[in-house]
Design a protein around this ligand. Structure first.
Ligand SMILES: *Cc1c(COP(=O)(O)O)cnc(C)c1O
Length: 429
């Protein structure tokens, strides 16, 4: 369910024609729907309500402060993976008691910053990190709360670059040795091991990995408690998949069905770190066609969004639906099935201006004839879109607009050439 809808021959975000936004704010442009975002947050809150979970929105997914603020205003906490993300969460109005901190390489300054904010806990990913956390906490006279992030060693679930719970990845503590690691800090005066953390990977389109993970997790929690650790939290991370191609995602309730009994059995407070599920379908990337061309029998649509705006297609071989903002001919709405022949379309490559052959948003995609000046919408771009954007090729990053009903608000202005060099010291002429 989202609030990007074709009315007649025009794409709307909530009650605003996307064309109007493109004209006013220029392209490439990220357009977000607050109704869609809040709908998905609510879906998780409702599905898991019986466990009264701590929901920590994953800031890395889309860290815009206005998005984060919307989340905070509706009851969400934050999952951060760096000092910078902690800064963003605090700027958005969050308090430490609703912030958790993951990542394999937290530096001492980052740890101190988080301790100062008295965050809920650190998701610890290695034995050395755990001992260092204790040492840093001691140096500033604090007690750090930690959950142990375990790699449950599950079968592959998603793209190799985003699967975080298969054997041998850099994430988490090894399931075979985590109990010994926990034993090593029993009674540590500056460390409290308060829970177990698992983030299985992303995007996940089945509840099964969560069931398998919890099964393994329950045994660990039991072992940690036996050695005296006050285990209070079961943190199941994020990873819930969304619609990219068709209606392939599970509703939050399907994950709740396997996670809730597990939390009950563990007698723990549930923590969740959703990112993609909340913002993924709440954003589109709007671009304008610059040229079209043919090369070696291939058809190209060259538009003004590029891999620096949305890197997922080339990084993860991701599929994003793409469709004209104002479709002509017999195609008023985007196809719902890409496996069949789609009339009035032909296979085209949607590419950007960046100097890389990996610069594309879609390959061999069924699209109607597009002309210079036409607008395209790339859907499901709210998660890991702007967040992973860069200035490669000295391209100014896109603007972001947040729509609420009939109102649009610029939440990040388009970058300027001056912005591109602003951090390069002593470059004044
Ligand atoms: C990236 C990440 C998430 C969010 O994942 P989604 O698939 O976007 O829900 C949650 N927890 C951790 C530790 C992560 O690294």
């Amino acid at each position: 369910m989202d609030h990007f809808e074709y009315r007649g021959r025009e794409l709307f975000c909530e009650d605003i024609p996307v064309r109007e936004l493109a004209e006013k704010y220029g392209t490439p442009l990220f357009v977000y729907s607050s109704a869609t975002l809040l709908h998905h947050l609510k879906q998780i809150q409702t599905a898991f309500a019986s466990a009264n979970p701590v929901i920590c929105y994953s800031v890395k997914t889309n860290g815009n402060i206005h998005i984060a603020k919307l989340m905070a205003d509706h009851g969400s906490g934050f999952d951060v993976t760096s000092g910078g993300e902690l800064y963003r969460a605090l700027k958005a109005g969050a308090t430490g008691d609703k912030i958790v901190f993951a990542g394999v390489g937290k530096t001492d300054p980052e740890i101190k910053y988080a301790l100062e904010q008295d965050i809920l806990f650190f998701n610890v990913e290695s034995e050395e990190e755990l001992h260092n956390l204790g040492a840093v906490a001691k140096s500033v006279g604090k007690v750090a709360r930690a959950t142990l992030r375990v790699n449950p060693d599950l079968p592959p679930k998603t793209h190799a670059k985003t699967d975080t719970s298969v054997k041998g990845v850099k994430f988490g503590l090894d399931i075979d040795t985590v109990v010994e690691v926990a034993r090593g800090v029993v009674g540590h005066p500056n460390l409290q091991v308060v829970g177990l953390h698992m983030h299985l990977g992303s995007p996940i389109l089945s509840a099964d990995p969560y069931r398998q993970g919890i099964e393994k997790g329950l045994k660990l929690i039991e072992a940690f408690r036996q050695m005296g650790h006050p285990i209070k939290y079961l943190n199941m991370g994020g990873g819930f998949g969304i619609h990219y191609r068709k209606q392939e995602a599970l509703p939050a309730g399907a994950f709740a069905e396997v996670i809730l009994p597990g939390v009950k059995a563990a007698n723990c407070q549930l923590v969740l770190e959703p990112g993609r599920f909340v913002v993924g379908n709440a954003g589109i990337l709007v671009s304008r066609v610059v040229f079209t061309k043919e090369s070696g029998g291939k058809h190209y649509i060259i538009q003004d969004a590029a891999m620096n705006d949305l890197i997922r297609p080339t990084l993860y071989d991701s599929f994003h639906r793409i469709w004209p903002v104002q479709p002509a001919g017999n195609l008023p709405a985007p196809p719902t099935d890409y496996e069949v022949e789609i009339p009035d379309t032909f296979k085209q490559n949607v590419v950007g201006p960046v100097c890389e052959s990996g610069d594309y948003l879609a390959k061999d995609r069924a699209l109607p004839v597009m002309k210079r000046g036409d607008l395209l919408a790339t859907f499901s771009a709210g998660a890991y879109g702007m967040a992973m954007s860069s200035n490669y090729n000295a391209r100014c990053r896109a603007a972001e607009v947040l729509v609420t009903g009939g109102t649009a608000r610029l939440i990040r202005r388009r970058e300027t050439y001056e912005d591109l060099v602003a951090a390069e010291v002593d470059c004044k002429d």
